[in-house]
Design a protein. Sequence first.
Length: 281
Amino acid sequence: MATAFATSGFATTAFAPFRSAEPTALLPDLYQRAPYDLAIVSSPEPDGMHFRLGFASAVENVGSGPLLIVGHRSSTGEAAMRADQIVRLRGGGTRSVPDVGVLRYAVSETHEHWHLERLDRYELRPVGAVSALLEDRKTGFCLGDRYRVPWAPSVALLPRKTLCGPGEPELLRVVEGLSPGYGDVYPANIEGQYLDVTRVPAGDYVLINRVNEDRALVETQYRNDVAWVLVSLSWPDGQRSQPSLTILDSCEPGRSGQRARCPFPAAARTASRGLLKVERR
């Protein structure tokens, strides 16, 4: 059944359920940047000093259409909003993809707004392992056009100031997303942008960032949804003191049909053992 929808700064016509074979769909294409600005910081905790591996994470939309997320709930008695994806069509109109995720109101030291949970996931694996040693506890993303992607065509479609409902926990509906050719980034060590490596043994590890892990969001492709950094962790003065971190390699998906950007092929092959098997699931 078609439903009318309009919100401040962005309006759509009535929309109907999305069909995967829709030939006129203007779909987003999410591109996962490799984690960067890696650094280990100390954090005093009740059980002693902890050490956090912080890193920045960025997701870009390099597709022909926007990633448009609409969150909604029937009353403030519901703590979370259900998230739908709205797909634009060539020539006008939209289609909806229901229940692509959950939005919750997140409060931090510097700001508060609605977050789309589990958009970007982080994990640390020993080299060659097929399962994670550590996984993220991030509160999610407030998706918005934070910067332009220099190598992708861009069309600004989303209103920056009204996204995510800042300071409005009572909202029943909220909009967020990424316009074509724009990206969003979270700096290291804020809002879950870290992994606690306090008890991680010395060794080589792969720090993986993956967008749209469950493929709930409809995209033109999924091959560019994962990127990683190969690091070496050591404890020169023992595990009660600050660890040392060395970046050995990084790998990002290919751009516009190009091959993946893995500058050191030998290290890339070593780090991706096991990872590629999982990605082909």
